[in-house]
Design a protein around this ligand. Structure first.
Ligand SMILES: [Zn+2]
Length: 217
């Protein structure tokens, strides 16, 4: 089977996301790009994650054409391939419908405010929100690729969140950080005035996280 280990890896991530309840039912979609071949392994459309077998993961090329697999790929495959085409640094993408991120994405505001240090470390300022577009549409793929730009995460209007990083494992961590930040912000705003981190400070924190957090590799 083409890219069997990579396909298994996508399933492992999908199961973790389901277990953490970052998506209800079969929503969300996840992919990784194999750096050697440039091919993308993406979750199939509408299948319960706990039933997935490696052969259910679909291998597509950078334009979204199926290279290997019997299943229909996620309807949001253009969302993934659109970001991979624009970003050589991205090897993993996680699109969730996590509750607090989606709630912020339903607000009529210019970005989710940057409140927590983790959120600043991730995005370096407010989290952009792509305009609402129909799920599965090319318009949604284009609007999201535009909104995420060179960032690691953005929200999708009235829909959910997406994280793109150097691996699918890192994209999953980003999705957890983003949801936690969205949750903390929600509670903070219930409590009264909120100290939103200034862009300049948030950028510094992002730089510091990139350069100094974790162990030397
Ligand atoms: Zn979605």
């Amino acid at each position: 089977m083409l890219l069997e280990e990579e396909r298994k890896h996508v399933i492992e991530i999908a199961l973790q996301i389901s277990d953490m309840k970052l998506v209800p039912l079969t929503y969300g979609n996840y992919s990784l790009r194999d750096p050697e071949s440039g091919l993308v392994c993406v979750t199939p459309s509408g299948m319960p994650y706990h039933t997935l077998h490696p052969s259910d993961i679909v291998v597509v090329d950078i334009d979204g054409s199926v290279v290997d697999g019997e299943r229909r790929p996620s309807i949001e495959t253009p969302l993934h391939t659109g970001i991979y085409r624009r970003r050589d640094d991205v090897l993993g993408i996680v699109h969730t419908h996590s509750t607090f991120c989606t709630a912020w994405a339903c607000r009529d505001i210019d970005g989710m405010p940057c409140t927590t240090s983790e959120m600043a470390g991730l995005v370096g300022g407010k989290v952009k929100i792509a305009d609402f577009c129909l799920p599965g549409s090319q318009e949604l793929a284009d609007a999201t690729a535009e909104a995420i730009g060179n960032d690691k995460a953005c929200l999708m209007g009235n829909h959910g969140a997406i994280c793109a990083d150097v691996s699918i494992d890192d994209a999953l961590k980003d999705a957890i950080i983003l949801e936690e930040g969205a949750k903390v912000s929600f509670y903070a705003f219930q409590m009264g005035d909120v100290n939103i981190l200034a862009d300049q400070i948030a950028k510094l924190m992002q730089q510091d996280t990139t350069e100094h957090y974790g162990q030397v590799k």
